[in-house]
Each structure stands twice: as C-alpha cells, then as structure tokens.
Design a protein around this ligand. Structure first.
Ligand code: HAM
Length: 430
C-alpha cells in the first residue's frame, strides 16, 4: 500500500532508536550549560518577520533567500525561525529579564527552518543547541562561551574538531573596512552575482560569504577585516586569544570568517570538522554587541553560539563513536488465558511503579507470537503465566540469554524475588 505522502524535502523523522542518542547529547549540553549558570529558554517556532529582518539582516542569504515567510489569517507577516538568537533576545527584552542583574544566560534547543539546497548535513528543518549571554563586553565572556562549546565536543568524544577564530570589529572600524571593500568589489563588478551587486552598496561584507563560486573567487582577494581593527577591537581580540590560551584551548585565526548573519561584532568563531573529506561547520557563534539596541533597548553587549544537532550526530556516526541505545526491557510477561492476562498486567504494574521496564501482551496473541515480540524488544527475562502458575502462585523466570530458569513468587514477594534474581545474575556476570 502506498502511503499518501512522504516527509518534505530537507526534513527528517527522528525515530525512537535515534532519539535516544539525541537525548544523550542533550544531557551533555544541558549539563555543560548548567555548569556555567545558563537557564533554558523556549521561544515560539514563529515570530514577526521584522524580527529576523532587523537582527539577522535583510542583505543576508538567510533573509533574502531562505526564510519560510507567510501571511497569517490576520494578514501579519510571520516567519518560521531560521535561528535561535533573535527570538531569545526578543524574549529576554520582552520579559525584562535583564533587570535582575547581568549577565543573563540562556540556553535552548530549537528547530530552525531555512529553505536551503538540501544535502547531507544541510537540511530545511534542523535543530540547534544554543547558548546566549547578555550584558558582558569582557573578553573573558567570549572565552567562556567558546570553552563551553569546546567542552561539549570533548565530552562527546568527537575528534578532529578545530576552532577557527576571527574579529570583525565594531561599527567604527567596520565603516573604514566597508569603504575598502566597496572600492575592491567595485573593480570586480562584472564578476559578481546579481544579489551581490545589490549588496555592494548596502552591505559589501555579505559578498564575502556568498555561496556562488564566482563571488567566492573574487572574495578570496578582498581586504581582510583584521587589518582594519581599531585599537579597542584589537586589544579585545588579543585578550580573548590570551584567555583561550590560558585555558589550553587550541585555535587558529581565520581572517576569512565573517559569518552569515549581520548582527555580529568583534569575536566570531566556528568549530569545523571533516565530513566525507570536506570541512563542515558544526558550531558557530560570536559577539553581537549591537543587536539588543537594534531591537529597541538600551545598548547591551551580548554573545553566544549555536551547534547543529544533526551535523554533530553525522560526525559522531562517521567516527564510529557509540552512543548508548535504548535500555532493553527487563521482563516480558507472556500469558495464556484471560485470568493470566490480567495477572500479567498487574505484575507489570508492580514493576512499572518501582521503575522497572517491563511489558506484557496487550494484543491477545498466541504464545509463540508473544515470545517473538519479547525477543524483538530485547527482553532480558521472561515469564509465561497460565492457569497452573496462577494456581501455584509461582512461575519460572527465564534468563533469555542463558536460558536458565528460577522460581519467582507471583504474590507479595514478586518484586523482591525479581530484584534478587536479577541482582544475582548481574553479580555473576562481573
Ligand atoms: P549558524 O552558523 O547559522 O549560526 O548556525 C549554527 C549551526 O547550525 C551551524 O554551525 C550548523 O551546525 C547548524 N546549521 C545551520 N544551518 C543548517 C542547515 N541548513 N542544516 C543543518 N544544520 C545547520 C546561527 O544560527 C547563530 N544564531 C549562532 C549564534 C548564537 N550566534 C550567536 N549566538
């Protein structure tokens, strides 16, 4: 039978076997965030379109080409979030969270939506773990968030992830740099794509991360922001590098990192790893000291990063790093006949209430089918209940791996017997 439709291009279903691995990674990330005092924030999947136009920037690829934007039934322009920073900042301001003392620290797990050319590691719906810190301009804050991301990679066991760092300055030094870029790209007008021709006047820095190969070739020879940093930005960048070195974090300065979103100032960074022999950015972030003011509040320095969950999982799999799979069922209770079926259900309930993973038949299947199911769910033990067992108040509990059987009471000692048998088996297996 053909199903009606398939998942849209660039989206993925995450089935239980895989979602266990997501949960393990999420635990690592939550743990790291909590160590550094970040609290979880959950924001809406959609926001008013202008939020992204103003923050991500209306000359970026994300806003110009990739957003899922539509008019709702009230005629408002709504956009599915393409990233998590803007919504988190909007929520922080809307709820006045900053009044309680700075820095404010948020982390989030979000689904994001970008209409990109779907391929391995590039999806239209993907998920990020993000961390944002508001209210510190100090270089140590930059070092701390970078350290958090580094530590997450270390905890997962992923190897070959390198940290690339750059500074893209503040509005003052950026103004001089923008003039230099305009002059340079102005001489290469004919080689630029139509989008970049438009960007030449409005925001020539965006040409540096255009995905068209022709623009990329021209961009390779463009002036570098690092050569235009003002004294304050230079000193800030030096201090960030010093703090990273003090913490033993290796990095390389990559002057070509500009990031694809407009809100960045000063420090920008990416964690890059190889996927199928090609570099892929698994985490990106930086400072965005002008964003909060742009959103209508008093100026407030801020910074953060986001890590792509699907990309991290792809990389872990490529490196054969085993993440735990679903815990198997401890006990399957098969039954023959209605009274036994009810008894099996009651015994399972005793186990569930004590936190033991157990299952019984709910589908009125024959014994053979029930035992096949027990195998499928990887049950460690099984019991078969029939009238004889119920009358005796006892049954055999079978170790599914060794085949060994031990008597278990079906009365009030059921749980104690179960725990004694399983603990003895565990001790023997050491
Ligand atoms: P971003 O570099 O656009 O930054 O995305 C962060 C991460 O999300 C990327 O490094 C990548 O792992 C993942 N990612 C991005 N696009 C896709 C895609 N189409 N498919 C799969 N994964 C993807 C931001 O979003 C900023 N908000 C990060 C940030 C937070 N900066 C400061 N705070």
């Amino acid at each position: 039978m053909a199903i009606l439709t398939q998942a849209p291009r660039g989206t993925e279903d995450i089935l239980p076997e895989e979602s266990v691995q997501w949960q393990v990674l999420e635990e690592v990330m939550r743990g790291e965030a909590s160590l550094h005092g970040f609290g979880e924030i959950r924001t809406p999947v959609f926001e008013h379109t202008e939020l992204f136009q103003r923050s991500v920037g209306d000359t970026t690829d994300v806003v110009q080409k990739e957003m899922y934007t539509f008019l709702d039934k009230g005629g408002r322009s709504i956009t599915l979030r393409p990233e998590g920073t803007a919504g988190a900042a909007r929520a922080m301001l809307e709820h006045g969270v900053y009044n309680g003392g700075l820095p404010v620290k948020f982390y989030y797990f979000t689904s994001c939506y970008r209409y990109e050319k779907a391929q391995k590691g590039r999806l239209r719906e993907f998920h990020q773990f993000g961390a944002e810190m508001y209210g510190s301009a100090a270089p140590l804050a930059d070092a701390e968030v970078i350290l958090m991301a580094r530590s997450i990679f270390d905890r997962t066991g992923l190897s070959g992830v390198s940290l690339e760092l750059n500074s893209i300055g503040c509005p003052e030094c950026r103004a001089k740099y923008t003039e230099a870029l305009k002059a340079y790209f102005g001489e290469h007008r004919e080689e630029l794509c139509s989008t970049c021709l438009d960007r030449l006047d409005r925001n020539p820095m965006r040409i540096l991360d255009c995905k068209s190969p022709e623009c990329g070739r021209v961009a390779a020879g463009a002036p570098r922001m690092l050569d235009y940093l003002c004294d304050d930005c230079k000193a800030h960048f030096e201090s960030v590098k010093e703090a990273l070195t003090a913490a033993g974090v290796e990095y390389t300065v990559n002057p070509s990192i500009v990031r694809g979103l407009d809100y960045y100032t000063r420090t920008v960074f990416e964690f890059v790893c190889e996927l199928d022999g090609k570099p892929i950015t698994v985490c990106g972030g930086g400072r965005y000291d002008g964003l909060i003011e742009e959103l209508g509040c008093q100026p407030m320095p801020a910074l953060g990063f986001a890590l792509g969950m699907e990309r991290l999982l792809l990389l872990l799999r490529q490196q054969n790093i085993e993440l735990p799979s679903e815990e198997p069922c401890e006990l399957f209770i098969a039954s023959l006949g209605a009274p036994a079926k009810m008894a099996a259900f009651r015994l399972c309930d005793t186990l569930w209430k004590s936190g033991v993973k157990a299952a019984c038949d709910v589908n009125d299947r024959g014994l053979k089918a029930q035992m096949k199911y027990a195998d499928k769910i990887g049950a460690k033990y099984s019991i078969v209940l029939g009238d004889d067992e119920l009358a005796a108040g006892k049954a055999d509990m079978k170790n599914m791996e060794t085949g060994e059987k031990k008597k278990i009471s079906l009365g009030e000692n059921f749980l104690d017997d179960f725990l004694t048998i399983t603990t003895m088996d565990e001790d023997l297996s050491f």
